[in-house]
Design a binder for this molecule. Structure first.
Ligand code: PXP
Length: 270
């Protein structure tokens, strides 16, 4: 049952969309690498999967090269740099090691994110305000090499002002609080994102957003005026499993029930 609020929201989004540029989609493929690394094997390989994401309409491919290399590996980023035909967005911690990699590979964008070894995923936004000098320095070094920089921050005025002072031209608003909020708190979290996007634009910053977005909660965020790109990973990979598993099992069943008697596959018993 669609309630009145949902109808109203969809109508508003429909009419707002007429006046705003549609947000593009950056597909985060870290979770594909997570499955590979669970076995330390070669499949699934995020590199060809990026091509499939592009065929599906991805406007960009996002990967997070973590310091502990828990999912995406250096080899993945190197190959993606050569094969991605849309845009490669490299998420990374603000460290000298990562800076050197970015300067060498020159992704289409670097998104600086906070990183803690113990966390399951990126937990909060950067505290740009507390480390203004470090961020300005890093942003300058990347932008001097023509690499646009985005800073992943909570929807907070002070952080956005610090982002502007750092010289960065982009921010990615952390949508985690909105995504995790209860049904009753979600409108308030959405209002924070809308306000933050407006503040960022007043400050001359371009606005992306991401983290925790799903098929159920993405639409109001996509409709925020000025929203340029949404970076989405987990829910897309989860959905890919859901819609692909039946076919994958079917293909295995065919092999088991009709094994090829090819010499390459060895002698058949008996
Ligand atoms: N944006 C940033 C900065 C992230 O760190 C992540 C998670 O790696 C995402 C977007 C995508 O989040 P999710 O996998 O929850 O869609």
């Amino acid at each position: 049952m669609i309630d009145e609020l949902t109808v109203l929201r969809r109508t508003c989004i429909g009419s707002v969309r007429e006046f705003v540029t549609m947000a593009s989609l950056g597909v985060n493929i870290d979770h594909i690498a997570n499955v590979r690394q669970a076995r330390r094997t070669v499949e699934p390989d995020p590199v060809p999967m990026a091509l499939l994401a592009e065929l599906g309409g991805a406007d960009g491919i996002t990967v997070h090269l973590r310091e502990d290399r828990r999912h995406i590996q250096d080899r993945d980023v190197e190959l993606l740099r050569q094969t991605v035909r849309s845009r490669l967005n490299l998420e990374m911690a603000a460290t000298e090691e990562m800076l050197a990699i970015a300067l060498r590979l020159k992704p289409d964008m670097v998104t600086l994110v906070p990183e803690r070894r113990q966390e399951v995923t990126t937990e909060g936004g950067l505290d740009v305000a507390a480390q203004a000098k470090d961020f300005s320095d890093l942003v300058r070094r990347l932008q001097d090499s023509d690499i646009p920089v985005s800073l992943f921050v909570d929807p907070d005025r002070r952080q956005l002002q610090a982002c502007q002072s750092s010289g960065a031209r982009w921010v990615e608003l952390h949508t985690g609080a909105y995504a995790e909020a209860s049904w009753t708190d979600q409108p308030q979290e959405l209002a924070r994102l809308i306000e933050a996007a407006a503040i960022a634009r007043q400050l001359g910053l371009r606005v992306n957003a991401g983290h925790g977005l799903t098929y159920q909660n993405v639409e109001p965020v996509a409709a925020i005026p000025g929203m340029e790109e949404l970076n989405i990973g987990h829910t897309i990979v989860a959905r890919a499993l859901a819609i692909g598993l039946q076919q994958a099992v079917r293909e295995m069943k065919v092999l088991i029930q009709n094994p090829r008697l090819d010499p390459l596959f060895g002698q058949q018993p008996g």
